[in-house]
Design a protein around this ligand. Sequence first.
Ligand SMILES: *Cc1c(COP(=O)(O)O)cnc(C)c1O
Length: 409
Amino acid sequence: MENRLIYLDHAATTPLKKEVLEEMLPYLTTYYGNPSSLYAIGRESKKAIELARERVAKAINASVTEIFFTGSGTESDNWAIRGAAYQNRQKGRHIITTAIEHHAVMHTFRQLEEEGFEVTYLPVDETGTVDIQKLINAIQSDTTLISVMYANNEIGTLQPIKEIAKVAQDKGICFHTDAVQAVGSIPVDVKDLGVDLLSLSGHKFYGPKGVGVLYIKKGVKIQNYMNGGAQERNKRAGTENIAGIVGIGKAIELSIQKLEANQKYIASLRDLALNQILSKMTFIKLNGHKTNRLPGNLNLSFQFVEGESMTIMLDQRNIAVSSGSACASGSFDPSHVLLAIGLSHELAFGSIRFSFGEENTEEDVDLLVEALIETVTELRKLSPLFMALSGGVQRQSNKRKVKNIISKM
Ligand SMILES: *Cc1c(COP(=O)(O)O)cnc(C)c1O
């Protein structure tokens, strides 16, 4: 039987919207002119880029002069962090981030550490939230940069970005937020947040891959990352990815138009899935903050099963989800995010991230839950511990124990 795809991995990427593709296409064919040139066909490209810049600026309440197009969310993160650290090298070498950042941020900080910067990795509590007091305590006289993500890509937890920005501003420290998961999912207003630097990426909100934005607040100085031509007002060299830029502009405009309704709808699917799973299955733990989280994110630990195996079995049913473990160069490491919120290796390895999007339906949720029950039951049969616990007298007390774990979340 050929099943239709049930795509539940919107935190990894989203499908390109048809309206977005349609706006992009002419810039891959008809309007191929280099925007830096002076003749008409070049000016067409330039005009398209500036329209996209206006759309992005409007969507996050920035000025057009504060929007810089990049090659990805990863590049925006690298540029913001390195650019700010290098710019302020003479002032100080202490920089702060969290233990749960995306690799684009985490690995950049690691590299800066190797280059002689001192890095504080702030811990998070069991919901995945940064403690403001711990941040304040970590600040030194030579701290020059704080980078805290807006929304976590694995567990969906939202950080108190406005409060963190206030702390940074009071101390005169540059503040960057990786808002790649937030933009397009929840309202993001750079002025209200008070951030200096903010990263976003097109393919997380139904735009194209390979295009991102770095918002740089007026007056904030950071070093250039790409050297070459005078593109992006001398700050990010390289002939522009015009079709990509057109696409990110259209996609962000569309995402803003129906943001509130989409947020509600996607959260309702997420909650439906959670309630069905908790009522029909046992030994499950919700990861991340119970309420202060992205509308589409659901991260669950299934005790006595291996997330990677579940992902593969769900894929056989044409259901796309993401497991909480990352297989790096042949060695399996549990997710640094799940370990940071206090999960055991076993629970971290048994975690699955479901991330819902606007094209999902209640039927998708029903089919998912059905498939989960079947796959988890099958996999747990391979666990002697589960079989021992779930049979006989122990059953009730352990069920209660797990209910307690869940209710504590
Ligand atoms: C996807 C993602 C990135 C990377 O963006 P790309 O455009 O894929 O390079 C960075 N940070 C977070 C939180 C993400 O979810």
